[in-house]
Design a protein around this ligand. Structure first.
Ligand SMILES: [Zn+2]
Length: 292
């Protein structure tokens, strides 16, 4: 069953949690390219996917968030985009077999159209290349995440729709403004995201990172108010980040996160996972609260 059919049948789906912190726990050093680990430390990356499968995830992401040409070029790996993304998807597919969904992760390029950093064609081509490689490696979903600009996100969604047969999810990162509204770094509201991303061809929209799950409830309500049908995915941080002795800490326990799940489902979310600070324990607890 495709993920869209599963959602139509009122299934609540469990995604996975953070990968970066688990890679660091396995020895990834600051300044090292996380995506190169798909080639150099394959068993370690597989074991992260497996830990989320054991926790009950229906959807396993891929270690490819920074796998676009621009980001990989910063490590001198710009020529290895296809190889690295195919490996990322193959790892998550190998771990999860055929019964689960593999969501190929695509993050921002770090380039801004607004200031003429890059052209639309260059961005579109970079996203196309990454999406094609992720599908080739075994992804059946492309998840474009942590986006904040409509122009960049639209090009990513269009590229994934044009060049693959994957279901396309886009999640943006919002923060709360002083008057209690939610906006991305580029000033996009949840409502504006829904309209523009549907127009670009997204199947599923939502939000990841930036907030704990409590704040995500208002974002889900805004999305649902703007569109009564589009499926919504939420991957919240384990609470708001706190800076302690120069280190970013996320304090929300698995039980605290899980306690918000009934309310976020009621607001309209149908895919739930975690972002920064979340672990397989958080995912397992969220899974319990959706009846796993
Ligand atoms: Zn995050």
């Amino acid at each position: 069953m495709s993920i869209l059919e599963a959602i139509k049948n009122n299934r609540i789906l469990l995604s996975d949690g953070a990968w970066g912190t688990l890679l660091q726990a396995k020895g990834l050093k600051p300044g090292e390219c996380p995506e190169l680990w798909n080639i150099t430390h394959r068993p370690d990356v597989i074991s992260i996917a497996e830990s989320y499968l054991l926790a009950g995830s229906d959807i396993i992401e891929t270690n490819s968030f920074g796998g676009n040409k621009f980001k990989l070029s910063e490590y001198g790996l710009g020529e290895r985009v296809d190889e690295i993304n195919m490996a990322a998807a193959a790892i998550s597919r190998e771990a999860s077999g055929t019964g689960k969904y593999v969501a190929g992760s695509i993050g921002p390029t770090g380039k801004m159209l607004l200031i003429g950093d890059v052209t639309e064609t260059e961005l579109y081509d970079a996203f196309s290349q990454q999406a094609i490689a992720l599908e080739k490696g075994g992804a059946d979903i492309i998840i474009i995440e942590t986006m904040s600009a409509v122009d960049e996100a639209s090009l990513a969604v269009k590229a994934a729709r044009d060049k693959t047969n994957c279901t396309v999810i886009i999640t943006m990162t919002f923060s709360r403004t002083l008057n209690g509204e939610y906006r991305t770094m580029m000033g996009v509201s949840p409502e504006e995201m829904v309209v523009s991303m549907k127009e670009a061809g997204a199947h599923i929209v939502g939000s990841n990172c930036g907030n704990g799950i409590g704040d995500m409830i208002s974002i889900v309500r805004s999305i649902r108010a703007a569109d009564s049908k589009i499926p919504i995915m939420i991957q919240a941080n384990a609470g708001a980040p706190e800076l302690i002795n120069g280190k970013t800490i996320f304090r929300e326990s698995p039980e605290m996160m899980a306690s918000f799940i009934p309310e976020i489902i009621k607001a309209g979310a149908s895919i739930i996972g975690g972002c920064c600070g979340t672990t397989p324990d958080h995912i397992r607890e969220i899974g319990k609260s959706i009846g796993r």
